[in-house]
Ligand binder design. Structure first.
Ligand code: SF4
Length: 128
């Protein structure tokens, strides 16, 4: 299932083209993710997340007292040898969610008093 968040039809069409010949990141694999093909990142076309939380302590001027509302998207295009978030970045611990689920998560983080929303590793999905 392709999940696109677009303001208009032209934007949706343009993003769909990116998925059909995926060039969402500098790897530029060119695979057709609308047909279920996977590129270097191994990500499906769905929104997949590993976790979300009020992330405290890092970058205190940004995370403040209540934390940054951080959403950890699954999969990554870097594949670093010593990745400290292996289960997240390789999709071992991931869950497919809908656009509505994603919006609800953002609202939950806002209700917790988070000062901002941070989308980690979101470049492999089309979110505008
Ligand atoms: S997002 Fe994934 S499939 Fe698309 S170009 Fe990057 S690594 Fe390849």
């Amino acid at each position: 299932m392709i999940t696109l968040l677009c303001y208009n039809k032209k934007m949706e069409d343009d993003l769909l083209k990116l998925y059909k010949n995926c060039k969402l990141c500098p790897r530029r694999c060119g695979v057709d993710r609308t047909a279920g093909k996977k590129g270097f990142c191994q990500a499906p076309s769905d929104i997949t997340i590993s976790a979300y939380m009020a992330h405290r302590f890092e970058e205190p001027p940004i995370s403040g007292d209540n934390g940054s509302g951080t959403i950890f998207f699954s999969y990554c295009t870097s594949r670093c040898s010593y990745c400290q978030n292996y289960s997240f970045s390789r999709g071992k611990k991931s869950k497919i969610i809908s656009v509505k689920d994603l919006a609800d998560i953002m609202l939950k983080l806002q209700e917790k008093g988070c000062h901002n929303i941070i989308l980690l590793r979101q470049r492999i999905i089309a979110l505008l």
